[in-house]
Design a protein around this ligand. Structure first.
Ligand SMILES: C[S@@+](CC[C@H](N)C(=O)[O-])C[C@H]1O[C@@H](n2cnc3c(N)ncnc32)[C@H](O)[C@@H]1O
Length: 392
């Protein structure tokens, strides 16, 4: 069994509880890509067990600080615990969808498993996750209270390049229709598992969509960066007078229209294929007003160095979002950049509100749905911020 020795600095960092160790903090040791190894400090004091990467800046990802080497029972326990968390939070309806395993947040480095009905879609982001993939699928099958009909590997995430891994998309088991149909309470939607963003869908916003739809009855709604339209369609189901979705991606817009049909709200939901940055400014300048405005852009800061550019983007978008709200209207605005911390986001929103010349009240600042746990020792797992503002 391979072993790695950390530097003194590496040891001190490991003892903070953060599960990642950077390559610079490894003093000695050799191992295979993705191998489970034992980790020790410079005095050979055992620090735990971690999965190793030969090429990433994050060389080690701890899976346990215990003495004993993780065995099958250990891994099954992690998978069972993760699935129980989803069951307790009401995410385990076999017709519904959820993130079953959320990588390092659930103690399973780099391994994401999303469930759309009975179809499991995996995304491996590390060498260790690739190595453990088939074993973890077996454990998911064992722990889930219902059978899976298909398993797809959607490992085409860009982070794989840091691990020197090729992109890999394949159906591992069963057959999957082009569009998988999901039912979430009174909402139905299509998921494009092979071409859609992430593993096909933005599962992390599920609870925020339900919150946003409250009070949408009778309102004009603007859903910017709509993807396949589920913020807007939720609002339409709650009785919105009309919903205008803005999205630049053609395939997402087409799926959005099919989702509107599926939910019987096609007469009140329209989509404009457009660049939201320009469209929001134009609509605000034209004096367009809405009772509910949703802004859910892609990540603007991939690292801390990009924060200035990100600030300009968020301030500009939210300034327009505030202007587009009728007096008493609501702005629901999100940031999914981990590098934009909650306090940065609050600062950007304050600047946007000042520039708009309006007043606003923060009713809630939420994160992702409970199937995307925020592990306290790993701040990187708190990436999504969603502010619910009442605009005066
Ligand atoms: C975070 S996702 C939105 C998720 C969506 N609100 C949901 O609830 O599933 C961001 C979306 O913005 C789209 N997008 C990115 N840049 C854009 C732009 N400048 N104008 C319009 N859409 C854009 C992407 O295609 C993607 O669908």
């Amino acid at each position: 069994m391979a072993k790695m020795i950390l530097s003194g600095k590496g040891r001190r960092w490991a003892l903070t509880g953060h599960p990642w160790v950077y390559a610079d903090d490894v003093a000695e040791g050799k191992a295979q890509p993705g191998e489970l190894i034992s980790v020790a400090g410079p005095n050979n004091d055992h620090l735990g067990w971690a999965l190793f990467s030969t090429s990433s800046r994050i060389a080690l990802r701890f899976v346990t600080r215990a003495e004993e080497q993780p065995n099958r029972e250990f891994w099954l326990g992690l998978v069972q615990r993760a699935i129980k968390v989803r069951a307790d939070a009401g995410f385990l309806d076999p017709e519904g969808a959820c993130r079953l395993l959320s990588g390092d947040a659930d103690g399973l480095p780099g391994f994401v498993a999303d469930r759309y009905g009975t179809v499991l879609v995996l995304q491996c982001g590390t060498q260790g996750a690739d190595r453990m993939r088939d074993f973890l699928i077996e454990l998911v099958r064992e722990a889930l209270p219902f059978p899976l009909t298909a398993v797809v590997d959607r490992s085409d995430t860009s982070v794989r390049r840091f691990e020197n891994l090729e992109s890999n998309v394949e159906t591992l088991d069963g057959t999957v229709d082009e569009a998988v149909l999901v039912r979430d309470g009174d909402l139905q939607y299509e998921v494009d598992i092979f071409q859609g963003h992430k593993t096909g869908h933005y599962l992390d916003q599920a609870t925020n969509r339900i919150r946003a739809a409250r009070g949408a009855e009778g309102k004009r709604v603007l859903d910017a960066f709509s993807y396949d339209g589920l913020f807007g369609i939720r609002a339409a189901l709650a009785g919105a007078e009309s919903v205008l979705c803005l999205e630049q991606n053609e395939a997402s817009g087409q799926r959005l229209l099919r989702n509107a049909e599926l939910n019987g709200v096609a007469d009140r939901v329209t989509v404009e294929k457009t660049n939201c940055m320009k469209a929001l400014r134009a609509k605000a300048e034209e004096g367009d007003r809405y009772g509910l405005v949703i802004i859910d852009p892609p990540a603007f800061a991939r690292n801390r160095r990009e924060i200035e550019g990100a600030e300009r983007g968020y301030v500009e978008l939210n300034r327009r979002g505030v202007a587009l709200c009728e007096p008493g209207g609501r702005l629901v605005t999100a940031s999914c950049s981990y590098n934009v911390r909650p306090e940065d986001f609050a600062d950007f929103l304050t600047k946007a509100i000042n520039l708009s010349g309006r007043e606003a009240w923060l009713e809630e600042l939420t994160g992702s749905s409970l199937d995307h746990p925020h592990r306290i020792t790993l701040p990187e797992t708190q990436y999504l911020k969603c502010a619910f503002l009442r605009v005066g």
